[in-house]
Design a protein around this ligand. Structure first.
Ligand code: HXC
Length: 258
């Protein structure tokens, strides 16, 4: 599919989606967010794709929702169009893992987009923030909920109420990102992580993603039971037999997603 606001490339089982509105620091407008959801759906439909990476530019992952596009909207406009909600839900429904590779600004909707991915790898120049308060609004695609779960109430309140930015080191120390790497090595690291995931049994990858995500939705005991049932069910896969046999035979496993 041809995209206007994204550059999408699939190679070696990985779909790389590059947000591409450099004139607006990759601000998320309705065209971009619609195309992003389409690209994620397309990657999920493509049997060759095993992992997805979303990135921006060296200066900005995304500087938030497009303020110019939003500024004149009324309550009824945003309520009736349910601004970005359906597209975001489509992204969150991806069964294939999504890594956010963040360099530069990840602000407002950009920070929310990164947090909606499965994990974030940050360049050492990354800056995260929820500065919507400076515009007289608040986060609208999960920022108050996801940031709080990542970093706890105190820091989330600080970010949402003052609008201050968090640098990469702080983001790593409070668990917002999984790793920080030199900005120049960001894509190498992110693609390397995606390649590692792509080697695994997709049956186990899907199960691991489902189980971790369940921890957001349920009690500890229910979550552990959910995990246990998935763990048990993986013994019905050929890949479990292959993975364990390969370990014992001291060779690399040949997973077939069966
Ligand atoms: C539209 C944006 C934009 C945005 C930057 N630009 N952010 N356009 N929407 N969110 C545009 C600028 O207008 C400018 O275009 C160009 O990108 C470069 O930006 P500068 O401001 O000149 O760059 P710089 O001085 O380096 O400052 C970078 C920045 C700043 C700190 C990131 O641009 C900034 O504060 N941006 C807004 C961040 C923000 O408030 N995000 C939250 C948005 S609300 P021109 O043509 O003027 O040169 C949101 C709600 C989500 O995200 C909920 C949705 C449902």
């Amino acid at each position: 599919m041809a995209y206007k606001t994204l550059i999408v490339e699939t190679q070696d089982h990985i779909t790389l989606i590059k947000l591409n509105r450099p004139e607006a620091l990759n601000a998320l407008n309705s065209a971009l967010i619609g195309e992003l959801a389409d690209a994620i759906d397309e990657a999920n439909r493509d049997d060759k794709v095993r992992c997805i990476v979303i990135t921006g530019s060296e200066k900005a992952f995304a500087a938030g929702a497009d303020i110019k596009e939003m500024s004149e909207k009324s309550f009824v406009d945003v309520y009736m169009e349910n601004l970005f909600a359906d597209e975001f839900d489509r992204l969150c429904r991806s069964r294939k893992p999504i890594i956010a590779a963040v360099a530069g600004y990840a602000l407002g909707g950009g920070c929310e987009l990164a947090m909606a991915c499965d994990f974030i790898i940050a360049g050492d120049n990354a800056k995260f923030g929820q500065p919507e308060i400076n515009l007289g609004v608040i986060a609208g695609i999960g920022g108050t909920q996801r940031l709080t779960r990542f970093v706890g109430k105190s820091k989330a309140m600080d970010m949402h109420l003052t609008g201050r930015f968090m640098d990469a080191a702080e983001a790593e120390s409070c668990g917002l990102v999984s790793r920080v790497v030199p900005a120049k090595k960001l894509m190498e690291e992110a693609m390397g992580a995606a390649a590692k995931i792509a080697e695994k049994s997709m049956v186990a990858v899907y199960a691991a993603k489902e189980a971790v995500n369940r921890s957001y939705e349920t009690t500890l005991n229910e979550g552990i039971l959910f995990e246990r049932r998935l763990f048990h069910s993986l013994f019905a896969s050929e890949d479990q037999k292959e993975g364990m046999a390969a370990f014992m035979e001291k060779r690399e496993p040949q997973f077939r997603d069966k």
